[in-house]
Write a protein that binds this ligand. Structure first.
Ligand SMILES: Nc1ncnc2c1ncn2[C@@H]1O[C@H](COP(=O)(O)OP(=O)(O)OP(=O)(O)O)[C@@H](O)[C@H]1O
Length: 311
């Protein structure tokens, strides 16, 4: 579990983080989204105890980053956005080196390293020199490195940056496995739709401030106070359009070019939505479908960071 309280970081006069508060529950996959310079890496470096905050603090599994940095480091595996790899080492030796520096015994390392290489799909590269690995492979090796002491919390700064679509899918699959193991995972990214798919909760940061937090659907609802809905009719689209247009809880109604679909924003809870569906059936509106539309995270993000909403 992670608790961030009033975290602030000044670089000289510049405020990179401005009273950030965040609560991330155990076993959550949390996506930290923000434009370049929003403050994601600064937050992660502070959580990893590599950078001191100007004020505020954070707790990782109950350990204070300021008072108990050693304990915090035991809890977390950190993958920075830029990492050096020792190019004179082979993949297996690289992990062995890190395992030794964590005080893991030779015998344990012999068992652990093949497991880690398998987890990140690098078993067949164990004897390859690190500098000859592709970028995606290096990222995965670095992820394996961050797992060597079996941390409960993973902090991954842009783990998919610079990867091609295939390598991104591989990374996503590995993260799914780690989530299944019960790890709490914090990921930052610009690849917004991917985060939406992978994360339970998304936090949107802009100029050092948290603008919104919740599931993609919650963020959208908070932003618009309404859900996007789409209905499709078999015939008589005019009649259906007039029916929805008359409803005071419906706005931004649009007819699609296919001549059969109507999209609108609906303000109301699940009960109200059920009533609306019932009314459509009572009116014999020739519906073939009635559904909530998943919002594109990219749209939500752009709206929020363009000043569409204050938290
Ligand atoms: N050591 C530093 N000295 C001065 N300013 C810094 C320093 N490190 C970061 N900053 C500034 O703080 C702000 C936040 O940077 P940070 O790296 O946390 O952003 P980010 O959200 O991770 O961005 P990116 O996605 O580009 O990595 C930026 O404006 C950056 O220029």
């Amino acid at each position: 579990m992670i608790e961030i309280i009033g975290l602030t970081k000044q670089y000289g006069k510049f405020t990179a983080l401005d009273h950030l508060d965040l609560h991330i529950g155990e076993g959550t996959v949390f996506g930290f989204v923000g434009q370049n310079g929003a403050g994601k890496s600064t937050t992660f470096s502070i959580l990893a105890t590599l950078l001191a905050p100007t004020s505020g603090t954070a707790f990782v599994n109950g350990y204070n980053i300021l008072k108990d940095p050693k304990k915090v480091r035991e809890q977390i595996g950190y993958m920075p956005d830029f990492f050096g790899v020792y190019d004179q080492l082979k993949a297996e030796e690289y992990l062995d080196f890190y395992g030794a520096s964590y005080g893991i015994s030779v015998n344990e390392r012999k068992k652990l390293i093949p497991q880690l290489l398998e987890l990140v799909n690098l078993t067949d590269k164990r004897d390859s020199y690190v500098d000859l690995l592709s970028r995606g492979m290096k990222q995965r090796l670095c992820l394996a490195r961050s797992l060597i002491h079996d941390p409960e919390v993973l902090i991954l700064d842009e783990p998919a940056s610079g990867l091609d679509p295939r390598a991104r899918i591989e990374m996503r699959e590995i993260l799914k496995e780690l989530k299944a193991m019960g790890k709490t995972i914090l990921i930052s990214s610009h690849i917004l739709p991917e985060l939406a798919e992978m994360c339970d909760v998304i936090g949107i940061i802009d100029q050092g401030k948290l603008k919104a937090q919740g599931s993609v659907a919650e963020i959208q609802e908070k932003l618009q106070g309404a859900k996007s809905m789409m209905v499709k009719v078999n015939r008589n689209i005019e009649r259906a359009f007039a029916f929805f247009e008359d409803n005071p809880d419906i706005s931004e109604i649009e007819r699609h070019e296919d001549g059969a679909s109507i999209q609108f924003l609906f303000k109301g809870n699940a009960e109200a939505q059920q009533q609306l569906l019932k009314a459509c059936i009572m009116q014999e509106l020739d519906l073939v479908s009635f559904a909530e539309i998943e919002t594109d995270l990219e749209d939500v993000f752009m709206e929020i960071t363009n000043g569409g909403m204050e938290s």
